[in-house]
Design a protein around this ligand. Sequence first.
Ligand SMILES: [Zn+2]
Length: 284
Amino acid sequence: MYAVGEPCELCGCAEPPRTRFPSVGIVECGSCGLVYYPGGVDARATYTLDYFHGREYQDYPAEKPWIQRNFRARIRDLRALRPGGRLLEIGCAYGFFLELARRHWQVSGLDISRECVEHARGVLGLDVESADFLDLPDEPESRDVICLWDTIEHLARPVRVLEKAARWLRPGGVLALTTGDVESAVARWRGERWRLIHPPTHLFYFSRRTLGQALTGAGLRVDRVRYVGYTRSLKAMLYGMLVLRSPEREWAYRGLTLGGRLDLPVPLNLFDIMMATAVKPLHS
Ligand SMILES: [Zn+2]
């Protein structure tokens, strides 16, 4: 777990970071610009059932159709780069991505949450374990694709994880991830009210520059970094905007969703979520 006073995760700079968002305790490395929450988090205690049912998500499993719609688009992008072989997902939650991905790759996954892993294994029959990737014995050049969907911002050591993932890729293999862009126009305009600012579940806030530096530093060649849209359910979106931020506004949520009965798919692209793909060079 990260502790206050440690060197910067990305550049190793030992100078104290400067304050970026004071009211939420988020800082910025004065040397490389990496934005992070220096407090750390007990991941096993955080990612429990209530995280996926009310605390961070209204009801994650109920959103499966929308979540999988987004994953189908990611799979199309990945197949263009590496259409088969072995795929590992780090931070696989309930296994909704792997359930689709196993049609194309031999898949396995990891998640810190035991409840999620039980679902992914028991209900979907996936090869998934509850573990921290950094604790696993090294398996160099064993995977063709490694993905982290909306995961690196949650990790205590994201740069170390990217370095290890790069080692696990075969030459020509692909690492793919999504995460917020803290230097995007929306993030800059919203400041500490940007919807992705919530420590301690989100610990690291990358930009195109710091993410590129992390991927290149891990020995990968950045293929592409672009902004991607998401389809969300209207109910989940209103719940996030109204109830999660201020529970006393549940009346507004109930009114707008006709007591929870109204739901629609809402495609959204605020140009603040990056999808990055990076390739392990054939000759290093
Ligand atoms: Zn730094």
